[in-house]
Design a protein around this ligand. Sequence first.
Ligand SMILES: Cc1cc2nc3c(=O)[nH]c(=O)nc-3n(C[C@H](O)[C@H](O)[C@H](O)COP(=O)(O)OP(=O)(O)OC[C@H]3O[C@@H](n4cnc5c(N)ncnc54)[C@H](O)[C@@H]3O)c2cc1C
Length: 560
Amino acid sequence: MQEYDAIIIGAGHNGLVCAAYLLKAGYKVLLLEKREIPGGAATTEELMPEDAPGFKFSPCAINHVFIHLGPVVQELELERHGLEYLFCDPVVFCPHPDGSYFLAHRSVEKTCSEIEQFNPRDAKKYAEYIDFWQHIIRLVTPVFNAPPKSIIDIIGNYDISKLKDVFSLTGSTDGTLDLIRSILTSATDQLEEYFDSEFVKAPLARLAGELSSPPSQKTMSIGAMMLALRHHPGMARPKGGTGALTDALVRCVRSLGGEILTDKAIKQILVDGDRAVGVRLTNGEEFRAKRGVISSLDAKRVFLHLMDEKDVDSGLRERVDRRIINRNEAILKIDCALSEAPRFEHHNHRDEYMMGSVLIADSVNQVELAHTDPEIGRIPIDDPSMYSVVPSLLDPTLAPEGRHTLWIEYFVPYQIAGKEGTGMKGTGWTEELKNEVADRVLQKYATYAPNLQNSIIARHIESPPELEDRTGMLGGNYYHLDMTFDQMMCFRPLPEIANYKTPIEGLYLTGAGTHPGGSISGLPGRNCARIFLQEQRSLTQTLSDAGDSIKSVAKSVFGD
Ligand SMILES: Cc1cc2nc3c(=O)[nH]c(=O)nc-3n(C[C@H](O)[C@H](O)[C@H](O)COP(=O)(O)OP(=O)(O)OC[C@H]3O[C@@H](n4cnc5c(N)ncnc54)[C@H](O)[C@@H]3O)c2cc1C
């Protein structure tokens, strides 16, 4: 039997990133993936080869924002491995029922000019709002780029300009307290404070809610980052679709000698004494690791499904089961092959509207229901709000010449109230229901782009239980675990297992269920690799690394 230094469970982008860093450090690594292809929620596939040949879809992640906050692309030289990012500009378009619209360009100034034609006051406030959130982004980026409990690593990521930034934002004790107050409030409260117009507030609320919470949720004003980030560092898509990121990572891993085996579903993590020593697959095959098993599946799947009860402390099992919260929000995913791109006739149509995200968000209240209904098991079907993209407009390689692709994400419950025990996996979802809901969502879209209905060549609808089956994400949770404030940073997934290590020696966690969380960033993979490598090093080496880090901070604060 082959023995590896490390086995990584799951070849999603975080598993691949983690593998690449370990390989670079000279370790022998095996990745085991349950699907027939690597990538997890970062793939591009021909979803309808018979009805729509030549159309390529990214069935999960489409817009890459967070990856540009870290050094993964550069450090792993992914461009050399074939990755090419196409940046979106404009970044967001949202038509409003009264004929106005929100159009955000990468440039804040240009965005303000767009807002100004409908509301000069809101245009001015927009610049202030984005400036505030850009400061916060600069403040938290060093934290994203380090294990959340590794203070030395975090401090090491700050330099004098970032510290100056913090002071410029707060200025005084009251300024600091007011900053904290802003973070503790909700997106809705903050939007009310800044803006008057619904055509500005509704799309901003929709984007803030992309962190899986209703915009009214206190402590989640941080969701506003989702828009600010689209201005800087920007939002991009790999040429060829999200799967092109995975392809580049696979090439990188293989070029470093890593092994990736697909169609290998792990059934159990093997523990000997107090140490994780390998894995057993569903087909009975076993693989052994000398230095560690790293799971890119979240803590619930690891401790409740992949481990023998006797190998996990009962207190930890209970905390993982009951204290880590996944509410009921999931995604109904709609992918369409189109004969022509949507035309926003009532809004002075320009093709550039579709370069970034196209949001259907008529009011803050509609967006609120888009989240609160799913939480209590209801489908917010009366007036659907949605997030969509026409990926082929920025990247024509995704569809046959002159044709287009449409990507829609619509929040729905995983478990439908009153339908427990029926339909797919007992969730209440059926083929008929998912198609009915998709019809309604597309009808709503067509109120803005009337040519849509006649341009659909074929469509692929995936309900939450189907998404769960394909990706393994529990309850179809698109971030593995909810991204609420109490489950972020050193609380993700629980304080005692937040630094990628677990009480079982040699067992590590990475992936969206760890800091800094879901989305395409590669940072959970990179941070976890850092902890794994620190664990392998001698104490002297670790202290010397820490010293280097402090020296570099001191240098940036006090100069040479
Ligand atoms: C519909 C949807 C839309 C999204 N849109 C965006 C977006 O536009 N932008 C963005 O930044 N993020 C988006 N996200 C979130 C983002 O895709 C994920 O947070 C991210 O891809 C997670 O990566 P990961 O590597 O941590 O986990 P995963 O991609 O989930 O990888 C885990 C891997 O483990 C494998 N696996 C599972 N169980 C087993 C097992 N027992 N044995 C072996 N292998 C196993 C899975 O098949 C998978 O390959 C979206 C997610 C969804 C679902």
